[in-house]
Design a protein around this ligand. Sequence first.
Ligand SMILES: Nc1ncnc2c1ncn2[C@@H]1O[C@H](COP(=O)(O)OP(=O)(O)OP(=O)(O)O)[C@@H](O)[C@H]1O
Ligand SMILES: [Mg+2]
Length: 383
Amino acid sequence: MSKYFELKLVEPEFGSNLTSLILELDHLRKKKLGGSTHPQVFFQLKHIFHTLESIGSARIEGNNTTIAEYIETKLEDNESPKGQGIIEIRNIEKAMAFIEENVEGYNINRMFVSEMHKRIVDELIPPPEGEGDHTPGYYRNTNVKIAKSDHVPPDWSRVDEFMDELFDLINKEDEPQYDLLKVAIAHHRFVWAHPFGNGNGRTVRLFTYAMLLKLGFNVNVGRILNPTAVFCSNRDDYYKYLSAADNGSKEGLLSWCEYVLGGLRHEIEKIDNLLDYEFLKSQILIPTINYSVEREFLTNLESKILKKVIEKQKIKSSDLKEIFKGKVSAEISRQIRKLIDKKMLIPIKEGKRTYVLRFDNNYLLRGVINSLGEKGFLPVRDE
Ligand SMILES: Nc1ncnc2c1ncn2[C@@H]1O[C@H](COP(=O)(O)OP(=O)(O)OP(=O)(O)O)[C@@H](O)[C@H]1O
Ligand SMILES: [Mg+2]
């Protein structure tokens, strides 16, 4: 049986790495985001990262649905039957959207966690066959083991008590300098208590996402936050640092916090690059068009038009005149209409005649994923 340790915040040394991390993250949290990427373009990227985030979170336990496969199912019509792996990913995506939509209105409490868990295991077969749970939304009433881990979660009869204590800690007003430590400590304590029969990992990663949004890492004003990448790109490290914290020693908890916050800083810095349109254009979007032309998803004319769109970020039909030398303007309008129908152009606002590239829901998505992979934005799997 594991030793029960008291839930409390740990104090890093003032000169430690962890303190510097907290200061840096605090700076990133307050930093005004004024990137040059158009909101309409940014919004699509965020959507793609939600998907990647969900795939990353789902794959941690031998879910072999590859990114490519999932992307293809998104491009197919929505009514086709879905395998369990696809449902698992889709559940996480939906739960993330739910969190973002309700970020203002909720408290992170038992009801919230239970809501997350229900969504996470929805339509999934319970163990041992599947990745669902026997009691969606309810705490476990049996004792459990964690696969590939030595930690033995507390007796089921104490789950309630440990979880209430956890909610008290996170909802208590402390000095803001403790906020980020709380995020890390709460993540560990949650899985240490292991409140559910299954789905604890997926639920806790959303719980952490929600805590970060509450702290002001606000994804609605232009930031993409990808906390799962912290935990899921290297499962061995995740398990190693979790287990270091299991005995509740100050040293173990501090090393866990440093692992979580270091990973978070790395992710934020990396993804904030995409707000710089020059970077996005040259590293992701232009290569996407080249990729698509090579595979004949696009004609030469389409690629010329889309490259012009990418170069200027947003265009009006008059911007395309030089591509259509000697043609009447009705021909330009016709081509624009065609690309809108193919979901490759989208007006910056409904009814406006200024357009940006659309790449989140058509074959261009394959090229975007490919470029993101080449530039190190995808979760790498180390198995
Ligand atoms: N030593 C440990 N101490 C505390 N928690 C741990 C430890 N090792 C692993 N865990 C947690 O247990 C989770 C697995 O539990 P569970 O199977 O209930 O979750 P899941 O969502 O079904 O799976 P997964 O997180 O692997 O996708 C891991 O994701 C991790 O968060
Ligand atoms: Mg599991």
